[in-house]
Design a binder for this molecule. Structure first.
Ligand code: FES
Length: 108
């Protein structure tokens, strides 16, 4: 089953049970809080995650992600959690400083 591991959240691993779920939706289904200021519409970049491993296992960049890249708001190694889907295998990500929630304890 495809999975996503959040390296700096103590390597918490979430299994992706529905192949249509965005990473953000999969996190929500697993009870993992994730910043998403625009409600998952691809307009804010607060849900951005740094992909450490398994970038090839994610769906291709959406129009919203490409727009953010053109605007210089989404560096290449980052994806928007509300836009991408884990299609297969394992993906390892990190929550960037800007996406950390105050009530969660990040391991680095
Ligand atoms: S929640 Fe705003 S871009 Fe993903």
């Amino acid at each position: 089953m495809p999975s996503i591991t959040i390296q700096n959240l103590d390597n918490k691993t979430v299994e992706v049970t529905e192949m249509i779920q965005s990473v953000l939706q999969a996190m929500g289904a697993a009870g993992v809080d994730w910043m998403h200021a625009c409600g998952g519409k691809g307009r804010c970049t607060t849900c951005a995650m740094k992909v450490v491993e398994g970038a090839e296992n994610l769906s291709t960049y959406t129009e919203a992600e490409q727009r953010m890249q053109r605007q210089g708001r989404l560096p290449k190694v980052y994806r928007l959690a509300c836009q991408c889907i884990v299609e297969k295998g394992r993906v390892v990500v990190r929550v960037p400083e800007s996406g950390k929630l105050p009530h969660l304890e990040y391991t680095d």
